[in-house]
Design a protein around this ligand. Structure first.
Ligand code: IPE
Ligand code: IPE
Ligand code: MG
Length: 251
């Protein structure tokens, strides 16, 4: 118990998840990959619910990367169909729970119908004060940084800022999710230990949790395991462990 009092138990404010392993989950069952994506939606629903119950401030989910267009046409179109039907069936309930929904990524590549649904969900929930749910679609971390660079360059060109004003703090204001706390906890299911071009700027000091569990099998129990792992990290942000322990004793 002495150990517990030393360890500052802090809940993550912002959790990001790479929901990976749907395809392998289906393959193991001799089912088409799309069946894995459908099963993945069920997990997503459960985990969003769990985060709302746990009063997590922000949850960011990687649903479709800028590289996922390289998949077979049939898989891409069934994923698009699944996004649309899931949005249509889930938004009302999320709105009732005061969840604020936002999409990050280049949505211009999507069909007019999907873009319309995305906008409707964002507009409906924009003033909600509950959990921030960010869904990354056609998102890439390099795209995010490049978009920020372009916006900054335009400001310089318009003489609104000077090149000498450009520092990490300024760039931080131009990347996506700049209004939210930096991600505290990154979870990747499916066994791969890589970032896959997700939030590369924002993850600079995030705790990285990898599990072999495939996304359709990731339930509340697995989520609790990730939270349990997180609270045992000592977040030093460059300081020594002794300095952090000292500061925790004072607080
Ligand atoms: C993640 O699962 C879902 C998306 C990328 C849309 P995968 O489809 O990548 O599943 P695996 O990695 O093939 O098992
Ligand atoms: C990352 O998963 C993207 C999503 C989960 C949406 P991938 O399965 O596409 O990642 P790689 O290509 O194996 O790195
Ligand atoms: Mg994968």
């Amino acid at each position: 118990m002495e150990n517990d009092s030393k360890q500052q138990i802090i809940k993550p404010e912002h959790i990001v998840i790479v929901m990976d392993g749907n395809g392998r989950w289906a393959k193991k069952r001799f089912m088409p990959r799309t069946a894995g994506h459908k099963a993945g939606v069920k997990s997503t629903r459960k985990i969003v619910e769990t985060c709302v119950e746990n009063k997590i401030e922000a949850l960011t989910l990687f649903a479709f990367s800028s590289e996922n267009w390289k998949r077979p046409d049939q898989e891409v179109s069934s994923l698009m169909e699944l996004f649309l039907t899931t949005l249509q069936s889930e938004v009302k309930k999320l709105h009732e729970q005061s969840v604020c929904i936002r999409f990050i990524g280049d949505c211009t590549a999507f069909s007019d119908k999907l873009q319309k649904s995305i906008k409707q969900a964002e507009d409906l929930t924009v003033n909600n004060t509950g959990m921030n749910l960010n869904i990354a679609v056609n998102y890439g971390g390099r795209w995010d940084i490049a978009t920020a660079c372009r916006a900054i360059a335009e400001k310089v060109q318009a003489s609104e800022i000077k090149t000498s004003d450009i520092d990490a703090e300024l760039i931080n204001q131009y990347v996506t999710l700049s209004d939210l706390p930096d991600p505290d906890l990154f979870i990747r299911t499916g066994g791969e230990q890589r970032i896959s071009n997700f939030l590369i700027w924002q993850l600079a000091y995030t705790e990285l949790y990898f599990t072999d569990v495939l996304w359709p099998d990731f339930d509340e129990n697995e989520f609790d395991k990730a939270l349990g792992w997180f609270v045992n990290r000592q977040r030093r942000f460059g300081k020594t462990g002794d300095q952090v322990e000292q500061a925790n004793k004072v607080n």
